[in-house]
Structures are given as C-alpha cells and as structure tokens.
Design a protein around this ligand. Structure first.
Ligand SMILES: [Zn+2]
Length: 551
C-alpha cells in the first residue's frame, strides 16, 4: 500500500505545507494522533510518542530542539544568516535559520563554509530517524514570497528541497508514489513567450528607443564585430537599417520591426508560442504612491495589432495581456484584460506585467481582476529561478491563480548592463536551464521580445539554437495557458489507496479531464511489487479512474 506521510507543522505554516506537497505531488496529510504513519515529518518541533510507530522520522529545524537531547546529538553551530549546503553535486542555499551537528551517522548534507554536517540519518533496528538542520517550510515560504537573490538565480532551490526529501525517503527503503511534473510522452514542458513592447519603430521619433537603436546599430555593431561577437553580415544589416530609418519614417522603406509575428512563426515552425500585448498606448502606469517613469508608456496599443493577433491565433499561438496596472489595481486590471478579451474573443487571458512590475499583493489583485494566470515572476537582470522552482505554483496570497515563472529573458542575457553574454555564452547558459528541466521536470519559460529578431538586436541565432535543443531533449512546446492548465490538471489529482484481492493493489487517482493536454504519469520508487524498481505508469483520465498493479 502506498506510504502516506504525516506532517507536523505550525498552523501558520499550513498554507506553505499544502503548496509544497502540490509541487512534490505525493500522498501526505497533516498528522492526526489517531493514525500511524510510515513517515513522519516534524517541522520546527519534536515528535511525541507517535514516532515509535513510524519507519522514518524526519525532524527539520534550524535550531536546537528537545529531540536533539533525546537523540543524543551535539548541535555545533546555530546561524541566522544564509549559507550553502552541499548536497551530492548540488548546492542548496538556506536563507533562514540553520544548524550543524556532530555525528558518526550517515551525513546527507554538509555546510560548505564549516564543512560540518547539516543533515544526517541514523538507523535504529528496522526504523530510521533523520535530523535536517534547517526550517523546510520557512525556506519554501521565503522562495515563494520574496524569491532568491540574483546571486543564487541559477539554483532551482525548491526543486532541490523536494529532491533531497525524496532521496531520503528512497534511501530508507520507503515506497514513494508521486505524480512528477512531467507530461506523459515528454520529458518537460517548454514555453516560448514574447513580450510585445515595440511592434514598430515608426511611432518612435527622437525618443530614447530611437537613440538607443541608432547608437547600438551603428557603434554597438562595430564594437561587437571587432570583438568577434557579430558577423560582418549582421553588422552590415544593422548599418543598413540605421541608414534606412529616415525612409521608414516617410514610408519609402518597410518598418523592420513590424513583421515580428511572421518572423517568429517562421522560426518556431509550428511550436505554439505566447505573445503578451500592451492594451493601451501612452500610459506609463502607476507605482505604489505615484506614477511610473514616462518612458514605460508604450507607443502602440493592442487594437493596432488586430491583424497580427488574428494571424498568430490562427497559427495556434496564444495572446496574453502585457499588463500596465493589473499588478496593483484590480479594476484597471479588469479593463486591461477586457481589452485583450475583446480583441481575441478568448475569455481566458493570462498576464505578464510590463517591466515585470509585481509585489506581494499582485497575485490577489490579478485574481480579482479575472486573470487566467500570471507569468511575471522572473529576473530583469539575470536568468534562472526567482522562486527556486521549474514548476507552475500557486502564490500563497492567491486562491486559484497560478504562476508560470519566467526563467530567461533575451535582454537579461545580452544587455551590456545585465549579463552581457556573447551568443555562444548565452547558449551555454540556456543549456544549463534545459539540463535542470530534464532533471527536475517542470516548465522552462523563456521570453524573447518582439523586436529581438530584427535589427539592431538580431538575436535570432541563439533563439533558433535554443528551440532546436529543447526539441532534441523531448520538450512539449506549450503556450503559457496550456502549460498552466496542465499543472492545474496535475493539482486536481488526488490519491486514494485500496486493496483489490490478494496481491493486487490499486492506486486510485482522480483527475480533471484534460483539455487536449498530455496525460499525467505516476512514478513509484522502491515499488513493493517490482523489487526495488522505480517505475512509471500512465494515468488513465476518467473522473475516477484507477491504475492497477499486478503483484
Ligand atoms: Zn514589456
């Protein structure tokens, strides 16, 4: 029968515990004193007599607890500042309290600074007890609310917390059933998105956009060419664009930013992507207590792109809202969403905020405005995992709105003020994110801006290589809405366990009927039915379908 994990946690942490176990989708429940558990997770506190029955007791605490005396372990160091723990070939950043131990038992985590033990497991007869020197749910809360500093952006910390716990269970011989964040038939999800900020250069006359364009097209291209970062052909294309600009203004030459839709359709070759468009022009929007800088205002509005929007939608792409004020004002958010609904005829519109404006109440504001999902959480200045996860998650302040984290933006990779990478370095950096997607599952979300294939950026080569790489690695290319719906389907699955005759056990799973989305799969580690194996089983999707295993 599948193992159910009992969790003891402070009531204030129950929301985080629930979300953690949506991401590590395995059977669990809050500890009930009248039940016995194979595995007991005690966060911040100590197990009582209940631990006698459990095969594995795990105590997570970043300070000395009474069980340390009981278990006769010496706590060496108690810290309140952040640190890095070595876990196999990975490093897990810890942002809150942490403790280290003196022990002769099996060491699971080591503090990088002091090389002291930060987690160990001890076998006592048939059972095990593990002591982990940090506060799991405080760490998850920090990741989901504040996010990680840029210095640790490359580390999928939340996935590592899950992987560490799973490894610990498996090491102790526990049968673990989970629904991994991996769509059936694929290895992970890839979500290609485009923030549409500058769908034409013609409306920009002698503003910072045009001066920036001219400077980079003329001098930036020369400098990049000298450093070997730009081919002569691309440099010439940029110089020609700069020379042609006056002709674009008077209408004698084609606006080289205007055909972004066709360029992307051609390059993505049938992999549907998502375009976030700005609803209203000349509106810089608000910030808390004032107005956003004037140059945040867009020179176009979505209705001017009606033709392009229709063409993209017909090709299977999704149109979302590139929001102005939706992040802090739900009534403005409602107007912004309504404008995109009106243009697309699609009732379900997702959001990414312009300039990634976002604060703690944004998910609630967008939910109230009626957004289908949000995809704003990411970095402007670097790439990686702000919330520490490769997965779609529910922000703690929202009731249903899901967040599709954005992992890599072209401007972060290439802008001299940000990572300033060469195309080759950018490809290497993106491959690392794809490695993590393969290892942990989830959805790799990238944002290539509308004008990035055109002069003076010409960042299409790197983007083409990325798509090719993701294809070769077995990605399911989904629009942002499809990706969040797939995770919504996974969240709707629940576990029930029953026995059907001698030697045959059923794991019953209920799941929402998917909207033409790939299926879910169930993964069983230490299967009691297939000695020691890790096996995957497809889940049939009826409202209450079961998967039966032969003994
Ligand atoms: Zn934008």
């Amino acid at each position: 029968m599948a193992t159910t994990i009992g969790v003891i946690a402070e009531p204030v942490d129950h929301d985080v515990v629930r979300e953690f176990f949506e991401l590590f989708k395995t059977p669990w429940e809050f500890y009930r004193s009248n039940r016995s558990y194979d595995v007991l997770i005690c966060a911040g506190g100590c197990p009582s007599s209940a631990d006698a029955a459990a095969r594995l007791v795990i105590v997570y605490a970043g300070r000395k607890t009474s069980c340390d005396d009981e278990w006769k372990v010496t706590v060496l160091n108690q810290r309140t500042h952040s640190c890095l723990l070595a876990y196999r070939e990975n490093r897990i950043p810890i942002y809150g309290n942490s403790a280290t131990f003196r022990t002769d038992e099996t060491i699971l985590l080591t503090d990088e600074g002091s090389v002291e033990c930060a987690a160990y497991v001890e076998q006592i007869g048939e059972s095990y007890r593990a002591r982990v020197g940090y506060e799991l749910f405080a760490e998850i809360r920090k990741l989901l609310i504040e996010g990680q500093p840029a210095i640790h952006s490359g580390i999928p910390s939340l996935e590592l917390h899950i992987a560490f716990l799973r490894d610990l269970l498996v090491t102790c011989g526990i049968e673990v059933v989970e629904i991994p964040p991996v769509p059936e038939g694929f290895r992970f999800i890839a979500c290609l998105t485009h923030d549409v900020d500058h769908p034409a250069i013609r409306p920009h006359k002698w503003d910072h956009t045009v001066f920036g364009f001219l400077y980079r097209a003329v001098f930036g291209s020369l400098w990049s060419f000298i450093r070997g970062r730009l081919s002569l052909r691309n440099a010439c294309e940029n110089w020609a664009a700069a020379v042609k600009l006056p002709l674009v203004y008077v209408g004698f030459a084609k606006d080289f930013w205007a055909d972004f839709g066709d360029r992307y359709l051609q390059l993505e070759m049938g992999s549907p992507s998502t375009f976030f468009v700005i609803p209203f022009k000349d509106t810089p929007g608000k910030i808390v207590g004032g107005s956003a800088p004037d140059f945040r205002a867009s020179r176009y509005e979505a209705k001017e792109l009606a033709g392009t929007i229709g063409k993209l939608a017909a090709a299977g792409c999704e149109i979302g809202l590139h929001g102005i004020d939706a992040w802090l004002d739900s009534s403005k958010g409602r107007d912004e969403l309504e404008e995109i609904r009106r243009l697309t005829g699609n009732p379900k519109i997702g959001v990414r905020m312009h300039w990634l404006y976002y604060d703690r109440q944004s998910s609630a504001a967008m939910e109230e405005a009626g957004a289908a999902y949000d995809s704003t959480i990411g970095y402007n200045e670097t790439v990686g995992y702000r919330a520490g996860t490769t997965q779609v998650y529910k922000p703690l302040e929202s009731k249903r709105l899901l967040e599709l984290p954005m992992h890599a933006m072209d401007t972060a990779l290439f802008f001299p003020t940000h990572l300033a990478l060469s195309p080759k370095e950018a490809t290497t950096r993106l491959k690392r994110l794809a490695d993590n997607a393969v290892q942990f599952g989830g959805c790799l979300t990238v944002n290539w801006h509308d004008r990035s294939l055109a002069p003076e950026r010409l960042w299409g080569g790197c983007y083409r290589d990325l798509i090719e790489d993701l294809k070769n690695r077995g990605a399911w290319f989904a629009t942002a809405g499809q990706a969040t719906n797939w995770f919504g389907k996974r969240r709707s699955a629940t576990f029930e366990t029953g026995e059907k005759g001698p030697g045959v056990i059923c794991e019953w799973i209920t799941a929402n009927k998917g909207q033409n989305l790939p299926g879910l799969r169930m993964r069983i580690h230490n299967s009691s039915r297939r000695a020691g194996a890790c096996m995957d089983v497809s889940i049939k999707e009826d409202t209450h379908s079961g998967v039966a295993f032969e003994a």
